[in-house]
Design a protein around this ligand. Structure first.
Ligand SMILES: Cc1cc2nc3c(=O)[nH]c(=O)nc-3n(C[C@H](O)[C@H](O)[C@H](O)COP(=O)(O)OP(=O)(O)OC[C@H]3O[C@@H](n4cnc5c(N)ncnc54)[C@H](O)[C@@H]3O)c2cc1C
Length: 429
């Protein structure tokens, strides 16, 4: 029997689309099967009252994803670099300059004089660290060895969770975290018209290269026999014969898709995964009551507030004048949707008084899964790219990180899976 495609990719988020492009560029025939009505997964953008909302705040770091998007020839105009970064911090119900530059370090009352020089020195050290050579240890252990002041530790934890969404110092592996911190301190890109336009570009390029994009195509199972992928069974009854499949769903979902997954590495990868979640409140405002505060860390509470519209030319609303304020509460073990929202609104009262009068549109997600896994101390092994027990089966997605954070994990793992497949010819049976 002749297969229609060299590779079938399950899931049309960033990982699925990047994998499709890497393969199609090398002449492979590829189909992307996506259960939802549109491609993009957690990178879609919703429009409400003319305001473009991502699924929560989304910044693109100078990491693997950005490099891969460049390789894939996405329009450079899509990415707007954030040049201005004047952060503030909420501490004991007051807003103070957050000490990341020389002037804010001098001005900020968040640190006693004796700690200011030390904090400046430790930030410089973090920026210059050769992160690959840091011994395998948790963030907490690194802090205990290197930082004696409790407030300096606290501020470093704030920066760590701001750049990774993770607040688990006992679990977070220090090396990859510091690499991400170096990136986030150096600056970030925002995507013009929201991450949905990045998805649109990836889809456009995929179609140009002949990729078949199939929204509303939910996969029910990936059948395998004698340790080799045989075909993909879709929920609408279609059966696609194929010998190479890349799974980009969450670990929980792929366990259901693969018969006898419990006898494969997939089971371990699912068991070791620790998802990171956040409550996200995004508000479109006619104008900002207090333009001074555009980027505010919670120092004594796990929140972050960002005015995405501070970046010029982002076109986050139809009329261009709306200020899109994005608030995140980093969630731990427990969450309470109403309380979490109230906490974000109270912070907004502090930072942007009378903001309620200015609201044009809003979006609240009480519990979003930001990533399905990250580099933590309880990991036994890094997932993928191949599933060793089933020939032709591969994994990608932010959880399949080998140290990269967030969308960098999604894009880098997708490229790893594609490269692995490309190195193994022939593929059509
Ligand atoms: C609130 C929030 C804020 C974030 N902020 C940032 C940020 O600032 N910077 C950053 O780099 N990253 C950020 N991220 C992370 C980034 O959005 C994700 O890492 C990335 O979008 C994940 O892509 P993915 O392809 O791995 O997964 P997904 O986007 O989840 O794609 C998986 C796809 O598989 C599909 N699927 C599932 N089951 C099936 C099935 N049975 N059949 C077919 N299809 C199926 C799903 O519908 C989905 O579209 C954020 C995420 C969130 C939620």
């Amino acid at each position: 029997m002749t297969a229609k495609y060299d590779v079938v990719i399950i899931g049309g988020g960033i990982a699925g689309l990047v994998a499709a492009l890497c393969l199609a560029k090398e002449g492979k025939s590829v189909a992307v099967l996506e259960s939802q009505g549109q491609m993009g997964g957690r990178a879609i953008t919703n429009k409400k009252e003319g305001v473009r909302f991502n699924l929560g705040s989304h910044a693109l770091y100078f990491g693997e994803a950005y490099a891969i998007f460049q390789e894939l020839n996405l329009m450079p105009d899509l990415f707007k670099r954030v040049d201005e970064f004047t952060p503030y911090g909420i501490w004991k119900e007051k807003v103070y300059p957050f000490p990341v530059g020389i002037s804010s370090l001098l001005k900020s009352p968040l640190l006693p004089l004796s700690d200011k020089v030390k904090f400046g020195a430790i930030l410089m050290k973090v920026l210059k660290l050769d992160t690959a050579s840091i011994p395998y240890m948790s963030l907490r252990s690194w802090m205990e060895e290197n930082v004696d002041s409790p407030m300096i530790r606290n501020l470093l934890y704030v920066l760590a969770r701001g750049g990774t969404y993770v607040q688990a110092p006992d679990l977070q592996v220090a090396g990859p975290l510091f690499k991400q911190m170096q990136r986030s301190i150096k600056g970030v890109y925002y995507v013009k018209k929201g991450w949905g336009s990045l998805v649109d570009q990836l889809c456009k390029e995929a179609l140009r290269l002949g990729v078949t994009l199939l929204p509303l195509k939910k996969v029910r199972s990936v059948e395998h026999r004698n340790g080799q992928v045989q075909h993909v069974q879709c929920a609408d009854g279609e059966v696609i014969d194929v010998s190479h499949v890349i799974l980009t769903t969450s670990p929980k979902v792929f366990l259901k898709l693969i018969p006898h997954a419990e006898h494969t590495s997939l089971k371990l990868w699912e068991q070791q995964a620790i998802p990171i979640t956040a409550a996200c409140l995004d508000i479109g405002l006619r104008s900002l009551p207090n333009p001074k505060y555009q980027f505010v860390y919670g120092v004594d509470q796990p929140i972050l507030m960002v005015n995405a519209s501070r970046v010029k030319g982002l076109e986050l609303s139809d009329d261009g004048d709306i200020q899109l304020f994005q608030m995140i509460k980093f969630l731990g073990q427990s969450s309470d949707p109403q309380e979490d929202r109230k906490q974000l609104e109270r912070a907004m009262d502090l930072v942007q008084p009378n903001w309620r009068r200015e609201v044009v549109a809003e979006q609240y997600f009480p519990k979003m899964t930001v990533v399905h896994d990250f580099m933590h101390m309880k990991r036994t092994e890094n997932p993928g790219p191949a599933v060793p027990e089933i020939r032709g089966l591969y994994v990608a997605g932010d959880w399949a990180t080998h140290g990269e954070y967030l969308v960098d994990g999604a894009a880098a793992s997708a490229k790893r899976a594609a490269c692995h497949i490309l190195s193994r010819e022939p593929m059509r049976v």
